[in-house]
Design a protein around this ligand. Sequence first.
Ligand SMILES: Cc1cc2nc3c(=O)[nH]c(=O)nc-3n(C[C@H](O)[C@H](O)[C@H](O)COP(=O)(O)OP(=O)(O)OC[C@H]3O[C@@H](n4cnc5c(N)ncnc54)[C@H](O)[C@@H]3O)c2cc1C
Length: 495
Amino acid sequence: MSTDVVVVGGGPVGLMLAAELRLGGAGVVLLERLSEPSRHSRAFRMQARMLDVLSQRGLLEQFTDGNRTWPKAHFAGLEPLLDFAHLGNEHPYALLIPQARTEELLEKHALALGVEIRRGHRLTGLDDAPDAAVCTVESPAGEYRLDCSYVVGCDGGRSTVRKLGGVGFTGSTPTVRALLGDVELADPGQLPNGVPGTMRTPAGLLMAISVQPGVTRVLTTEFVAPEPGSERQPVTLDELRSTVRRITGRSIGLDRPQWLSRFTDTTRLADRYRSGRVLLAGDAAHVHFPIGAQGLNLGLGDAVNLGWKLAAVIAGWAPPGLLATYEAERRPVAQRVLRETRVQLALMDSDPKVDPLRETFSELLALPAVNSRLAHETTGLDVRYELPPGRYTHEVLGRPCPPLTGSVRDETNALLRAGRGVLILPDGLERAATAAAGWRHRVGVVEAKGPGLLLRPDGHVVWTTPGPGVPEGDAVLELADALARWFGAETSAQR
Ligand SMILES: Cc1cc2nc3c(=O)[nH]c(=O)nc-3n(C[C@H](O)[C@H](O)[C@H](O)COP(=O)(O)OP(=O)(O)OC[C@H]3O[C@@H](n4cnc5c(N)ncnc54)[C@H](O)[C@@H]3O)c2cc1C
């Protein structure tokens, strides 16, 4: 048995990546060890940048259907809140959607695109040979081997692929212990600050949010290192109750647990995102304390960045070095998220000696420039990929496509949805249109009145018309360079 790409892990990142690979024409088998999707949801928030991406893929309406949006979010539990109204993107808000629903919708999307999903199939071995990667898979029907050109580990923080691929996971050991309980409250009035609410005492932090009618998610964080080996021990309701009592100083009626879990602030980053035929994405490449709702969003960003590049390699048209830009672009993004989640956790520390820092930070959050910077950072909208130096610079280069409107938006999204690049070209730039003719099969052209933009299939801008003072000839040469750099050799037959 063989396929182009084996994606290991059917969490949100694996499902999204598999779909993106299919958009680019690659054959994909997705292995997921669980025989049924998990009913439990870790994540509940989709960030603004990812809402724009889902919209470009024609998926946003399914995601928003029946789910609430929210124009603000906290940073480290502080006031004032981050204000998303000024993000300047197409969907400047957060979407509250349970991870289980996100996975259900992404699985539907992946299946519709022709991904072969094998549930109950666990990767147990990996041989990265020169001409193929050979996966060993345990399945209900027995063990089998699966050959492929590439394997992508989307198999979570304890990634088997990462370990078998010999990639280090450098970072810190836990300094806090945290519990999660989706429970029924005997009396919501017993919670000192209600639901939703946060309570900080010298003993720790308690957060409570409503996850469905009658079910409250209780999250506790104690700023002491967990006992070695406790990470894999199941949580009991008594443990949650006694932790809540330690933090709040009172007994609170918690019953009928739907899900109990534990997590820590282990913060680690894969030393490399690629080793031979093995690549990593999502939690397999980076883990951090789940504050600010970023892990799933960060992983989906990996998937959208990697999918079209790896598909181009499989299809044989990838320009030299294209696949290497995956790690070069995405690892620094993860590094920033890891740093910023550490900042948030440090600010949340229950030790009263952190109070002056919190007070100062709250004053800073009231400054529009600071509030906006952190809003962009936590929503992924500050991501700017570093492009090779060109004949001129422009603020938009490397960034996500700015909001478009009307038919330009619709035509652009239709092309992105098909996994293609897009050249948005204003009237009068005939020389640019001629220069782009040889890439028509990979880059669709949309005529527009505004500035010219060249978008990769992940929606990032890699060329734009320059400001005044730059000769048109430079813009045309720059466009031809960008097309060759991101979309491979020109095909003269298409002229
Ligand atoms: C309490 C909490 C709240 C969170 N809230 C948010 C939030 O609001 N927003 C946000 O963006 N992020 C949030 N996160 C983080 C988010 O849940 C993760 O970042 C996200 O699940 C990572 O997705 P993934 O697909 O990379 O990995 P996972 O979701 O861990 O999926 C990995 C999959 O791989 C499978 N697998 C593992 N090993 C194998 C194998 N050997 N063979 C086959 N399959 C295998 C697993 O069964 C699993 O299905 C939160 C996390 C926690 C703990």
